[in-house]
Ligand binder design. Structure first.
Ligand code: C5P
Ligand code: MG
Length: 163
């Protein structure tokens, strides 16, 4: 007997990128103007969108974004990571689940991101079709343990909808 699908599924994703001068830093689709360094990446290096996309995929055991967007494929160079997130969201929705809320932790020593918390949350909420209050964004320093990279951890709760 096939068990009926669960009403809820949890998804979890992570991403990290090395930081280097002369590149923009974009997190959750928001440019960080005070950043002296940006993410070294094949795509636009938006670690927030990458971690969130992996969280969506993992919630339904759909693998990870590297399977859909291999970083060895020149076609994906400079890719807008919103496209990756929207692809993951579409795969989830096609299976009759939608995100109920998302929670993220961004670990970055500098600059301070607190002033951009609302802008990042609002942007993610718009992309995921959630309310601003359904996206929690936390910031942590690495206390100098990892000053040369940005790390993001993300969870989403997926809810089954009729269909
Ligand atoms: O990691 P730590 O506990 O030292 O962070 C202290 C405060 O600094 C937290 O309130 C956090 O939101 C904020 N923070 C920030 N931007 C960062 C790292 C931490 O605003 N890049
Ligand atoms: Mg990435």
């Amino acid at each position: 007997m096939t068990p009926s699908p669960l009403p809820f599924r949890i998804g979890y994703g992570e991403d990290a990128h090395r930081l280097a001068p002369g590149r923009p830093l974009v997190l959750g689709g928001v440019s960080i103007p005070q950043a002296e360094r940006g993410a070294v990446a094949h795509s636009d290096g938006d670690a927030v969108l990458h971690a969130l996309a992996d969280a969506l995929l993992s919630g339904l055991s759909l693998g990870d974004i590297g399977q859909y967007y291999p970083d060895t494929d020149p076609a994906h160079a400079g890719l807008d990571s919103r496209e990756i997130l929207m692809h993951a969201l579409r795969l989830v929705q096609e299976r009759n689940y939608v995100p109920a809320n998302a929670a993220l932790v961004v670990t970055l020593d500098r600059p301070k991101l607190g002033p951009l918390r609302r802008a990042i949350a609002r942007n993610l909420a718009t992309l995921l079709d959630l309310k601003d209050t359904e996206v929690g964004v936390s910031f942590k320093t690495s206390e100098g343990l990892a000053p040369d990279h940005v790390q993001v951890r993300a969870t989403v709760l997926l809810v089954r909808v009729a269909g």
